[in-house]
Ligand binder design. Structure first.
Ligand code: F6P
Length: 365
C-alpha cells in the first residue's frame, strides 16, 4: 500500500451539484487511513496562490445537501503554462502534499496529468453537469441538472398550455447534447436540437403546425447551447426570432417565447444519484491512490467504478468530438485505439437510440 502524509483536494472548472459529497468522501476516507487532507480553494489557482487549509472530518460535516462547491472553483489559465505549474508544485512541496484528487471536467484532468508528470500523483473525478467525459457513463451533477431542467420545462409547459404558446428553451451542456436530449424526452418536447444529431428544422416546424392544427396548445423546443447557426449565433435564440416573425406574419401556429436556463441548471441541492455516485467516487479515488495508482480518472462503466489513464480518457474524448490532432493516437496500442473507437460508437449509438425514441414519440418519423 502506498504511503501518503498529506493529500490535497480541489474542485475546478464549472461547479456541479455533488462535488461537496465527493470532497466529504475523499476527506473522511483519507483521514480514516491516517492521511491529512488539505482543501485547496479555487481550483488550480488556489494551488498557485497557496489558498488552502487542513480539512477535518467536522469541516466536511453537513455539506451533503449543499450545491456548488465549498472549495470554490475556477478556470485557471495560468496553470496551463510551465511557470504556473512550477509554482503549484512548489506549493505542494511546501505543505508536504504528496498526492492530489482533482474533481472536474476535461480541463481539470489535463491539469491533473500535468501534476503527475511533474511528480505529484493525482487522481481525477468526473464532476460536470454536462456528462461529457466519453470514458465515463456518468459525471457528477448530471442527474441534478437534468432534474432542474425538467422542472423548468414542466413549468414552461404550464404557461404555454394556458396561452397556446411555444417555448424554445436553451440548456447548458457545452458541446454535449445529453442534458437537452434526455430532458427534452422527459418533458415531451416537440423538437430537440443537439450538436450530435443533424437537426431537421423544416420537419420540426411542420410537426408543430400539424400538432397545433389538431388542437395541441403548448409546445416545447429544447436546444442545446452547443448548437449554432451557420453564422455562429446561438441556434435556439435565432430560431425563436424567426418563428416570432413568422407568427406575426400569420404563417406560424403559436406565439414563440425564448428562455435560456443557463447557470440556474448548475445550482441546487444534489439528487440522491449525485450524492451516492460522488461519495463512491470520492472514496474510490483515495483507494486508488493507496493502491499506488496515479494519473488516472475514476470512471463509471455499466454501473461499476474503475480507473482509466487520464491521457487515454482525454484522447477518447477528442476522438468522440472529432477533435483529434494528427499523431495524437501514436502513443496508444492498436488494441487501445480499437477500444476507444468502440466506446465512441457506443456513445453515438446511445444518442441515436434516444433521438429515435424522441422522434417517434412526437410523431416525427
Ligand atoms: O461545463 C459546465 C458548464 O456549465 C457548461 O455546460 C457551460 O457551457 C459552461 O460550463 C459555462 O461556463 P461558465 O460558468 O464559465 O460560464
Amino acid at each position: 500500500m502506498a504511503k501518503f502524509n498529506t493529500i490535497g483536494v480541489l474542485t475546478s472548472g464549472g461547479d456541479a451539484p455533488g462535488m461537496n459529497n465527493a470532497v466529504r468522501a475523499i476527506t473522511r476516507r483519507a483521514i480514516d487511513n491516517g492521511i491529512r487532507v488539505m482543501g485547496i480553494y479555487g481550483g488550480y489557482s488556489g494551488l498557485i496562490r497557496d489558498k488552502m487549509r487542513e480539512l477535518t472530518a467536522l469541516d466536511v460535516a453537513n455539506i451533503e445537501n449543499i450545491g456548488g462547491t465549498i472549495l470554490y472553483s475556477d478556470r485557471c489559465d495560468e496553470f496551463r503554462y510551465e511557470p504556473g505549474m512550477q509554482t503549484a508544485i512548489a506549493t505542494c512541496r511546501r505543505h508536504n502534499i504528496d498526492a492530489i484528487v482533482a474533481i472536474g471536467g476535461d480541463g481539470t484532468f489535463r491539469g491533473a496529468t500535468d501534476l503527475s508528470i511533474r511528480g505529484i500523483p493525482t487522481v481525477g473525478i468526473p464532476g460536470s453537469i454536462d456528462n461529457d467525459i466519453t470514458s465515463s457513463d456518468y459525471t457528477i451533477g448530471f442527474d441534478t441538472a437534468m432534474n432542474t431542467v425538467t422542472e423548468c420545462l414542466d413549468r414552461l409547459r404550464d404557461t404555454c398550455e394556458s396561452h397556446a404558446r411555444l417555448n424554445v428553451v436553451e440548456v447548458m451542456g457545452r458541446d454535449c447534447g445529453e442534458i437537452a436530449l434526455r430532458t427534452g424526452i422527459a418533458a415531451g418536447a416537440m423538437a430537440i436540437a443537439i450538436p450530435e444529431v443533424p437537426f431537421d428544422e423544416e420537419a420540426a416546424i411542420a410537426r408543430c403546425m400539424k400538432a397545433a392544427s389538431e388542437g395541441k396548445r403548448s409546445m416545447l423546443v429544447v436546444v442545446s447551447e452547443g448548437v449554432f447557426t451557420a453564422e455562429g449565433k446561438p441556434y435556439g435564440e435565432d430560431l425563436c426570432k424567426r418563428l416570432s416573425a413568422a407568427w406575426k406574419a400569420g404563417t406560424f401556429c403559436a406565439e414563440p417565447k425564448f428562455a435560456r436556463l443557463a447557470h440556474i441548471v448548475r445550482g441546487g441541492s444534489p439528487t440522491l444519484r449525485d450524492r451516492l455516485t460522488a461519495t463512491e467516487m470520492g472514496a474510490f479515488a483515495v483507494d486508488l491512490l493507496l493502491e499506488g495508482k496515479s494519473d488516472v480518472v475514476v470512471i463509471e462503466r455499466e454501473g461499476r467504478l474503475c480507473a482509466r489513464e487520464i491521457t487515454s480518457a482525454l484522447a477518447n474524448d477528442k476522438m468522440y468530438k472529432k477533435k483529434l490532432a494528427d499523431g495524437a493516437l501514436d502513443k496508444f496500442t492498436a488494441e487501445q485505439v480499437a477500444e476507444m473507437k468502440a466506446l465512441c460508437e457506443l456513445r453515438t449509438a446511445d444518442i441515436g437510440r434516444l433521438y429515435d425514441i424522441h422522434l417517434s414519440l412526437c410523431m416525427g418519423k
